[in-house]
Write a new protein. Structure first.
Length: 176
């Protein structure tokens, strides 16, 4: 069985073709490094419009069968940064620990990490995680939070994600 993972880039300029979406590709490259499970990205590049972001999340979770949806972009304080609001609007449960850990890790590199509002939440059987927009920050944040993601997906009755343990170790409690 091929596991489906949603990748959403929220960017007015990338969605308009002004520049290439390197952030979405950075997520795909990182997940290719992490996962030994067979997986397929369902990839979307959309403008920074809350209704569009919500629609993409709902479609990937409900119709696309994604167990994980990873977003990039739209997590800052600028007026058009609305990815966290979209995430909160479509999720039944929020998982604030993801954002807390990502900001803590990012603060080791840049003092402006305090401006980031990334978060995470559960919609049905999908975990939605908001990442920052820069490829270097994406990898740093995923390195921090990904060890908890496979077990979270287990708990919401998603597929079993297997990791390349030489790259990243998923944590599952004994007996889980």
């Amino acid at each position: 069985m091929t596991i489906k993972i949603g990748i959403i880039t929220a960017s007015d300029r990338a969605s308009a073709g002004v520049y290439e979406d390197i952030s979405g590709q950075a997520i795909i490259d990182t997940l290719n490094d992490y996962l030994t499970s067979s997986w397929e990205p369902l990839y979307r590049v959309i403008p920074d419009i809350q209704a569009d972001i919500e629609k993409a999340m709902i479609e990937l979770a409900d119709d696309g069968g994604c167990c994980l949806i990873v977003t990039t972009g739209g997590t800052g304080p600028a007026p058009r940064d609305v990815t966290p609001e979209a995430t909160e609007a479509v999720c039944e449960k929020m998982m604030p620990g993801f954002g807390e850990l990502m900001r803590q890790v990012s603060l080791q590199y840049v003092p402006t990490a305090i401006l980031s509002r990334q978060t995470a939440g559960i919609r049905g059987k999908a975990l939605i995680v908001n990442l920052p927009g820069k490829p270097k920050s994406i990898r740093e944040c995923l390195d921090a939070v990904f060890p908890a993601i496979p077990y979270c997906i287990d708990l919401i009755e998603g597929p079993y994600l297997e990791c390349n343990e030489s790259v990243i170790k998923a944590f599952r409690p004994k007996g889980a």
